[in-house]
Design a protein around this ligand. Structure first.
Ligand code: 7PJ
Length: 280
């Protein structure tokens, strides 16, 4: 169970987070949803298909993507957040690393901070902590080795899972020492962020170990190269692989599935929920 401002979500099964990219260069639906009207249509469809969260991102973190200025990122995400919160009763998540974007997005109705850089950028920890304390807005802390510019150059670990768990432990310590309640933290091992194919599958195989903190764990594998490269499938051919990896993560205790294909993930969620209800 976790509360996002005034909305409580019970994780009796994995909940679905629909991805809404508002970047012109996003790798899987680039340029398609950058207009407000398209963003709203996409959002409406994702909510009707079973999304509990809508994750809005204005910065592409694909390997080698060019950084976006603060002004540009605000211009991309704030009008979309306004339009969505005006029309839909959903939990808006803001995918950003910038303190100012976190604050503005929250002022316009976002209820979850999703930071792939784990509150490492200037002012981010302070801002997210204030949002947690004043508005009960949780933060999702993601693991990444390196930076988006260089992370896929040569990822190296002694044990990727052990290092991610150590990272979670340190971050929980850091956030709770800086004003967060324990239950305002969500965890994410960061599939594809400074990980080889084998690292990603080791993380998936041992995903259950991340639940040891008794905090919700997010799985973000949608259309990523860990599926495409293994199966030799292009970006539009990864749906069966997506459903498979999301099923595996769900059985291992994932609380949130961050996906482009919401309807399929919602089906996974319903089947897992049914399994969870059976006591024999
Ligand atoms: C993730 C994310 C992820 C979280 C992206 C893409 C790349 N946020 N933002 N976890 N990935 N929390 O969607 O392919 O895995 S952007």
């Amino acid at each position: 169970m976790m509360t996002f401002r005034d909305k409580t979500v019970v994780f009796n099964a994995p909940k679905v987070m629909g991805i809404l990219n508002v970047t012109p260069d996003s790798f899987s639906d680039g340029g398609q949803f950058n207009k407000l009207d398209d963003a709203l249509k996409q959002t409406e469809k994702m909510i009707a298909s079973g999304a509990t969260f809508i994750d809005i991102g204005g910065e592409s973190t694909r390997p080698g993507a060019t950084p976006v200025t603060l002004e540009e990122e605000l211009d991309r995400v704030i009008p979309v957040i306004d339009a969505i919160t005006e029309r839909f009763d959903t939990i808006v998540s803001i995918d950003t690393s910038k303190s100012e974007v976190m604050l503005e997005a929250a002022n316009h109705g976002a209820s979850l901070i999703n930071d792939v850089r784990a509150l490492s950028q200037p002012g981010a920890l302070e801002t997210a902590s204030r949002l947690a304390q004043e508005h009960n807005i949780p933060t999702c802390i993601m693991h990444m080795q390196g930076t988006p510019e260089t992370m896929q150059d040569l990822p190296r670990y002694n044990s990727v899972v052990d290092e991610v768990i150590e990272f979670f432990r340190a971050q929980i310590e850091r956030l709770t020492a800086n004003g967060f309640e324990y239950k305002q933290i969500m965890l994410d091992p960061g599939f594809g962020f400074g990980k080889t194919l084998d690292h990603n599958y080791e993380i998936l195989k041992r995903f259950d170990e991340f639940t040891q903190f008794d905090l919700p764990v997010l799985a973000g594998m949608s259309r990523k190269s860990m599926i495409g490269n293994l199966l030799n499938k292009g970006i539009t051919e990864r749906l069966a692989g997506d459903i498979c990896v999301n099923t595996v993560a769900s059985l291992a205790g994932a609380s949130i599935l961050r996906v482009h294909d919401v309807g399929e993930a919602a089906d996974v969620s319903k089947i897992i929920e049914k399994l969870n209800q059976i006591n024999v």
